[in-house]
Design a protein around this ligand. Structure first.
Ligand code: ATP
Ligand code: MG
Length: 261
């Protein structure tokens, strides 16, 4: 049970999110290290102002277009994603026509089952990554996350891996796959090596991606390719850094900084 958080608390959303993750950990959906990873993300969200800035909307559009243009896009789901936005990730999977695949850094049968249950409860009709008869291994990755589904990540040309670790992103890039990520840290190895990086909180990003996917899904291929020309991943990532640094600079020069809150 999520404890009562007063709605007028200035950090209401953030506290509710933390409680969701703690509850997810008790249900074995979230790994203990997932709580720490979220804390790192929160720090960057504070700098962002806990909003979706205009550059992030453009990153999300580019991400959705890239996934719609792919031959066999897949959405990789970990514990934090399943705890923070299960319904939204199922909606995105439907809008993009991209299957969900459970893929865990801290892999145990118990966690796999807990995440599968959370996704089914959120409306998922089919989930890859749990049937041993379809397992394949990516030799570039040294730990348990090298196990992937032959029907999903193994054969996909474009993988959406939100909240991903850098090693794995780099390994998937070496396999010539396009990688789309959501990562609040614009200078993580994942952000710097992905094909498309979204510098936003996953809670806001996936909802917005669903809207863009529904807007773009009936576009024909040449229209999508035309639309894609309007965006550039590297420029957008640099815009993210400029947004964060200029916000900090503004605060640094603010005479009444102690009166902001
Ligand atoms: P890398 O391995 O890419 O260099 P890292 O080791 O610093 O990054 P990881 O723990 O491997 O970080 O990956 C988790 C990433 O997810 C972090 O960069 C963190 O900022 C980000 N993150 C955590 N929670 C959220 C969230 N709610 N929304 C978006 N990003 C998040
Ligand atoms: Mg890492």
């Amino acid at each position: 049970m999520v404890p009562e958080v007063p709605k007028d608390h200035p950090r209401y959303e953030s506290l509710i999110t933390r409680e969701k993750l703690i509850e997810g950990m008790h249900q074995k959906v979230v790994a203990e290290a997932g709580l720490i990873a979220h804390g790192r993300g929160e720090a960057f969200d504070y700098i962002l102002g806990e909003i979706t800035p205009p550059f992030a909307l453009r990153q999300e559009k580019l991400a959705v277009i890239t996934l719609l243009l792919a031959k066999s896009p897949v959405i990789s789901v970990n514990g934090n994603v399943a705890a923070l936005c299960p319904k939204e990730i199922v909606s995105l999977s439907e809008a993009l026509g991209a299957p969900l695949e459970i893929n865990l850094f801290y892999r145990t049968q118990e966690r796999e089952t807990a995440i599968e249950e959370a996704l089914v409860k959120a409306g998922a009709k089919s989930i890859l990554g749990t049937d041993p008869s379809y397992q394949n291994t990516i030799t570039e990755i040294s730990h348990l996350r090298r196990i992937v589904d032959t029907r999903g990540i193994a054969s996909s040309d474009c993988v959406f891996v939100p909240l991903e670790d850098g090693d794995r992103t780099i390994a998937l890039r070496k396999l010539k796959k396009e990688i789309v990520t959501v990562d609040l840290n614009p200078i993580s190895r994942t952000s710097l090596t992905s094909t498309v990086s979204i510098t936003n909180n996953i809670i806001r990003a996936v909802v917005e991606m669903v809207k863009f996917a529904n807007e773009f899904k009936d576009f024909n291929r040449s229209d999508l390719l035309e639309e894609k020309k309007r965006y550039n991943n590297k420029d957008l990532l640099q815009e993210a850094l400029q947004f964060m640094s200029s916000r900090l600079l503004k605060l640094a020069n603010e005479k009444n900084i102690f009166e902001i809150f």
